[in-house]
Design a protein around this ligand. Sequence first.
Ligand code: PHE
Length: 341
Amino acid sequence: MPADALAELDLDAARAAVGAAGTLDELEDLRKRLVGKQSVAARVKQSIKDLPADRKPVVGKAVSEYTAAVTTLLDERHADLVPVEATGTALDLTLGGHGRMRGHLHLVTQCRRELEDVFVSLGYRVEEGPEVEDDWHNFEALNFPPGHPARAMQDTLYVNLGEPEQVLLRTHTSPVQVRVMETQKPPIYSVMPGRTYRNETLDARHSPVFHQIEGLAVDRGITFGDLAGTLEAFTSAYFGKQLQSRLIPSFFPFTEPSAEFSITCVFCDGAGCRVCSKTGWIELGGCGMVDPNVFRKVGIDPEEYSGFAFGFGLERMPMLRYGVEPIKTFFDNDIRFLTQY
Ligand code: PHE
């Protein structure tokens, strides 16, 4: 047999012929021609014994692969043709099926997961705490003494449980810092996302229910510079371009020094536009170095360790990235909004 006999085993031609067979009879004729006793495949197989030793395995493998592939094609076509012959017509399955709507994650959840991924890649762990908190975690351990005016600024929603004003809907994610420091030893690198509540009137950027994400790093030798660098690293990663952070002195009872942090405006890159009120900066949240009083309350030695913390509204991030406003759009759950993201 000539070495190119294999060329006669043309799988494409066989596929076309099988596809063109319109009846079971035609198909059976084809089966004989393609893989039957008189077929080219059978002839090639016959010839193997006369081939040089090195060609035998090559040709043997090719012919058995060809035979298997053609047999599968024939069997599939057979299964197609049986119902056609039984009913006299092909079943028309092309008429409108019922598409199934698949849901997807809410934009806030997508943002939360994206930020979690960024922080995990920086070596942080993701932690969660309860939405119904006690006064100790939300205020007391965070260095808000009873009656301190900073408490009044938090517009707390209390829950009617136990002693008056002892159980509340957490006003920020900072109580999770306390829970983490109470149960873990430094080094601690954690992010704590979640839902928060304030007795606030709804406006374009504020909602009584919203989300925050908190960051906490406690280790030996943590500095304010680490804080600024971390803020730049994760905001740049989220917005996909290099941003700068700006820290302006502020006050929180649980950090000292404290700051409001801003990033370069993602719309005008700092040149000044409508979104940033011509300042070139966009304010995101609060931050600072963990106050030694907080360390003492949770049993961490402030002489040995230092740390930074920050917290900001989660909705702000997709609002800036996609220009979503007002904030209530996130909670209306209008399907026309949800399906865009
Ligand atoms: N918890 C503060 C707030 O909600 C933000 C903050 C977090 C400030 C961490 C400092 C450190 O306003």
